[in-house]
Design a protein around this ligand. Structure first.
Ligand code: MOS
Length: 760
């Protein structure tokens, strides 16, 4: 193991009390009692506005590609309660879309109703604003849009694919470690296989919604967003005003999962209509509208080739992934990221291909890239284990690596082996019959499968402000969001622990761009980025307090050495003497005091590859007559550095595993090649795992300390739970039936023709 950088272990943070405790969410009471107001629920009193917002309803295109020849609005404009019908004929000027290659794609200008061109089925083409939702909806149905349609392409097609230069996050699209062709050619055992994953749609509990109002200082936009600062920049760019004149608020977010990293037409349309009408306007999306007017996870077609020697040592891995992005966009799903660093092999190659399709934009969905890429990689590894006649768990252990070969860096912390072994022990993996299709329980075929989990770690720049008043009430502010993950709770724990205060004396205020900038929630970077900034702000405040108490002649701590002083239970202590924080503050800082904190990734820390790891185990029962698949048990064991809150961490990991079941067995959207429309556009047709699909599920977090990434010694865990989860189920289905379904999800129609005959 490479030496760790000096000073990487932070004395203060490693001793923060309350870190790890599974305390319940600090905002749970307002949420469950309905006191928390979401973006669509604001009225005149909560907005501080003279009137309740008017209501906008979007009209969506009914062709996938072509031109609008006319939009007839006279009928709609004459309907009761209607104030405005906005189309490309009367939409105010906005900046052009982009720039396409922006460093921050969420800060790009996104004009709406930008002209006659239609880019996908379900693109917003008009907005109707009325007094009530019902009036606006009725009038929206009366808007008559005439089209001249053009041929569209909505299906992945390798023959027309191009080779992109970069993947999501500006990762190179093509990587090479060693000589794949030579290493594959000399491999004794080879797998050469193609996996397909379908388009998948977001369905956050809270649909996308925005309430916009203008005042003398500009625009106030209440919206449901994961990332406020980028959206502030994007909206300002679109409207061609200064970002200082755009305030974005998102104190409560009912789920994000990557689908609320971008902003959408609801935000721009609400802002435009509110400005035109001089009164607040809100625009929400229906569940059906979300299926086209927001982003989705692209379908992928992945060619995976793996070669090994007879003992199972990997010689060569090649992963080539085709995905789509919208005709006007440049998002490339980073499907092959994990393949670059998960295993030791003599050669590792990754490639990418892209189709520009006349579909809605594809973009992030929980663990973009890895959630689908690990289906291809980890199912292909299972195929290889079967070809070798080797236990798939042993194959992983044999090819574990302390070094990220493609990146040519050691891992800062990597406890994959421990996850695999602990999981195998708890799951009773040795009870698995390696021969597929052998274990029966009546008409059910039983099988067990496993897969690795991995997700790279990322720290983004973040700032925070900590203020303590004379009564020792601490307020921390930052433009962070909590899309239901528990961020507000862990930040409260970090602040309280660092300042030696009870949780009841700490308030973390978030969701407002007037607070110090934060990267928002996404890519599993939220906890460490925002958490480290809050830690720094509180450490700085604590230092100021201690220094002042040492200087203060009336303080019982006067003249004490700094190291001797403790801040604990709301008091300053040293050498048996103490003073309560509030009495000290009242005397010395009657107006309170504050400190700023900031974090950026330590360049030294980037000498290490940083990632969270895990192992999934699943047991399935497949009905030999009907092809129905039931997951019986699922276990995930994870190593994600130190855990900030055992309850919210478990929920994140469990949620990922549940989504993995959904990916394996249920979720799929298919564009209709005739119309270009996604065939599923509601939750009746878009199937997701429900409570009745949930088996006995267990999450285990093993003790780990991340030494280099951040002062909290944590790693991202929001997404690693889904990585590999679907593969573990696919591999269990193979073990149960001997049927290798390579076209996800594993639905009944894909199993039924291949099921073995039942003995009489
Ligand atoms: Mo995540 S899919 O980057 O919110």
């Amino acid at each position: 193991m490479t030496d760790l950088p000096p000073g990487s272990s932070d004395q203060i943070s490693s001793a923060i009390p309350m870190i790890g405790a599974g305390i319940r969410r600090v905002e749970s009471t307002p949420k469950v009692t309905g006191q928390a107001r979401y973006a669509y629920e604001l009225d005149a009193s909560t907005l501080g506005a003279p009137a309740n917002p008017l209501v906008g309803v979007m009209v969506l295109s009914t062709i996938a590609r072509g031109r609008i020849t006319a939009t007839l609005t006279a009928t709609a404009r004459g309907m009761p309660g209607v104030h405005l019908v906005l189309t490309s004929d009367n939409a105010p000027p906005q900046a052009p879309w982009g720039p396409l290659h922006a460093k921050d794609r969420f800060a790009r200008a996104q004009p709406v109703l930008r002209g006659p061109d239609v880019h996908y089925y379900g693109e917003p083409v008009a907005l109707v604003v009325a007094d009530t939702f019902e009036q606006a909806r009725a009038a929206a149905m009366a808007v008559d849009v005439r089209y001249d349609s053009a041929p569209h392409a909505v299906v992945l097609d390798p023959s027309t694919a191009t080779e992109p230069e970069f993947l999501n996050g500006f990762k190179p699209a093509h990587t090479d470690y060693g000589d794949f062709d030579a290493a594959f050619a000399r491999s004794a055992v080879r797998v050469d296989t193609v996996y397909e994953t379908p388009h998948q749609n977001h369905a956050q509990m809270e649909p996308h919604a925005t309430t916009a109002m203008w005042h003398k200082d500009g625009l106030i936009l209440h919206t449901s967003a994961q990332n406020l600062v980028s959206i502030q920049l994007g909206i300002a760019a679109t409207l061609q005003i200064s970002p200082h004149h755009v305030r974005v608020l998102s104190p409560y977010v009912g789920g994000g999962f990557g689908g609320k990293l971008p902003y959408f037409a609801d935000a721009i349309l609400a802002a435009l209509a509110a400005r035109m009408l001089g009164t607040p306007v809100k625009v929400g999306m229906t569940r059906t509208q979300m299926f086209s007017a927001t982003t989705h996870r692209t379908a992928t077609r992945q060619t995976v080739r793996i070669g090994a020697d007879r003992t199972g040592r990997l010689c060569a891995i090649c992963h080539d992934a085709l995905s789509h992005c919208a005709s006007f966009d440049n998002f490339v799903e980073d499907t092959t990221t994990i393949t670059r660093g998960l295993y030791r092999a003599d050669a590792i190659r990754t490639d990418a291909h892209l189709n520009h399709l006349d579909l809605p934009r594809s973009d992030s969905m929980r663990s973009p890239g890895d959630a689908v890429g690990m289906v291809g990689l980890e199912c292909a590894m299972d195929e290889l284990a079967h070809e070798l006649g080797m236990d798939p768990l042993e194959l992983r252990l044999l090819n574990d690596t302390p070094t990220d070969l493609t990146a040519n860096r050691p891992f800062s912390s990597r406890h994959l082996r421990q996850c695999l072994k602990e999981g195998a022990r708890r799951f009773k993996w040795t009870a698995r019959n390696p021969r597929p299709g052998q274990v029966r329980e009546g008409e059910w075929l039983m099988g067990m499968g496993m897969a690795c989990a991995m997700r790279y770690n990322l720290l983004k720049p973040c700032q925070a402000l900590a203020h303590i008043d004379a009564r020792a009430n601490l307020t921390v502010q930052l433009a962070m969001t909590d899309p239901g993950t528990g961020t507000q709770t862990i930040l409260t724990q970090i602040a309280a622990g660092t300042m030696g205060l009870p949780l009841t004396q700490v308030r973390v205020e978030m969701g407002d761009t007037t607070y110090p900038p934060a990267p928002g929630s996404g890519g599993s970077f939220g906890a460490e980025s925002a958490g480290s900034a809050v830690l720094r702000a509180c450490e700085n405040l604590r230092t100021l307090l201690l220094e002042a108490s040492i200087r203060d002649e009336h303080s019982p701590l006067h003249g004490q050495p700094m190291e001797a002083i403790q801040l604990d239970a709301g008091s300053l202590h040293a050498g048996g003497r103490h003073e309560s924080l509030s009495s000290f503050l009242e005397r010395v800082f009657p107006h309170g005091m504050q400190a700023h904190g900031e974090i950026t990734a330590d360049p030294n820390s980037l000498k290490w590859s940083q990632a969270s790891f895990g192992a999934h185990f699943s047991e399935v029962a497949v009905n030999a007559i009907t092809g129905e698949v039931r997951v019986r048990r699922m276990l995930g064991v994870f190593a994600c550095g130190r855990i900030l809150n055992s309850r919210t961490a478990r929920s994140q990991l469990l949620g990922g595993m549940i989504w993995g079941i959904s990916n394996a067995l249920h979720e799929e959207n298919t564009p209709d090649p005739r119309t270009g429309q996604f065939t599923a556009h509601d939750l009746a047709n878009y199937h997701i795992a429900t409570h009745a699909d949930m088996p006995d599920m267990e999450v285990v977090m093993i003790a780990e300390d991340e030494p280099v990434s951040n002062p909290l010694h944590i790693k991202g865990l929001g997404e690693v739970g889904i990585c590999g989860a679907a593969a573990a189920i696919g591999n269990a289905v193979f073990n149960a039936t001997g049927i290798r379904v390579r076209n996800f999800p594993i639905t009944i129609d894909r199993l039924l023709p291949h099921l073995p005959e039942m003995p009489a």
